[in-house]
Design a protein around this ligand. Structure first.
Ligand code: IPE
Ligand code: IPE
Ligand code: MG
Length: 252
């Protein structure tokens, strides 16, 4: 743990009006392709370097005392990429599912996958289920990896599930409220993100945690994802701490 990380973690424990460290950070990990292009490398190597950056981010978040980290690794729209790139990305995913579980166990990380896992086929679904089960007792850091994830699809699926319960007579339509909707999302029971970081200079959500980000603080950084490290995470948290979270209320 670096000195700066230690300071932030120590301050977090002292409490105060606004927690020094966000409870839940979401990251839109963007810029692998541009990182590779800038080096004259194939995009696949950008994605591989991106996976290394994810490992650093997980470590740094744990050291800072963050409880929840959600990494956007593959969007429902990323299926539109050329077949060879999709193959590279899903191959990398499977490799990490198989080989990173030991690391996650060592670091006290509980892994959950959000998104349409079935889209990756039964073999990958089995790997995901296994990785989730093996890490289920870990409590230091809750890690969500969003795979084939799209916020609109997630909300539509929740609406479908609620409609089915209403149709069967199990649920009174008049009782459907925000909590009902939240409880039918992939993130049911999890805190909403306090801070969402996007790298690579793009300033959009690209369908990430649409419902959950209603009051998230957004931080955009120019760094390309493969270059992201603990210092970038600390800078984003420092920016977050300068924000005044009003939730629509008056402050002065
Ligand atoms: C992020 O990097 C990884 C995924 C979206 C899967 P990109 O592949 O989007 O990189 P750029 O945006 O083309 O640089
Ligand atoms: C968003 O990045 C998705 C992930 C980081 C997984 P994209 O590179 O796919 O987003 P757009 O296409 O620039 O909006
Ligand atoms: Mg991109």
């Amino acid at each position: 743990m670096s000195a700066a990380t230690r300071t932030i973690a120590a301050e977090a424990r002292t409490g105060g009006d606004s927690p020094a460290v966000p409870r839940h950070i979401g990251i839109i990990m963007d810029g692998n392709g541009r990182w590779a292009a800038a080096r004259g490398l194939p995009r696949a190597l950008g994605h591989k370097a991106g996976a290394e950056a994810s490992r650093r981010a997980i470590e740094a978040a744990g050291d800072m005392g963050v409880s929840w980290l959600t990494l956007f690794a593959f969007s429902s729209e990323n299926w539109r990429r050329p077949a060879d790139e999709v193959r590279d990305l899903t191959g990398l995913m499977r490799h990490y599912l198989r080989h990173e579980v030991g690391q996650l166990l060592e670091k006290g990380v509980r892994l959950r996958i959000i998104g349409d896992r079935a889209a990756f086929g039964p073999e990958t679904v089995a790997e995901i289920t296994r990785a989730e089960a093996v890490t289920a007792a870990n409590t230091r850091l809750n890690l969500n990896v969003a795979l084939s994830y799209g916020g609109r699809a997630e909300i539509a699926a929740a609406a479908r599930a609620i409609a089915a319960r209403v149709a069967s007579g199990e649920l009174d339509p008049a009782s459907v409220n925000e909590s009902t909707l939240s409880a039918h999302l992939d993130t049911a029971g999890m805190p909403d993100p306090d801070l969402i970081i996007r790298t690579s200079g793009e300033q959009r959500l690209s369908n990430f945690l649409l419902w959950q980000s209603a009051y998230a603080e957004l931080v955009f950084q120019d760094v390309l994802w493969p270059d992201f490290d603990a210092v970038h995470l600390q800078a984003a948290v420092a920016e977050y701490r300068r924000r005044d979270r009003r939730y629509g209320a008056r402050t002065g």
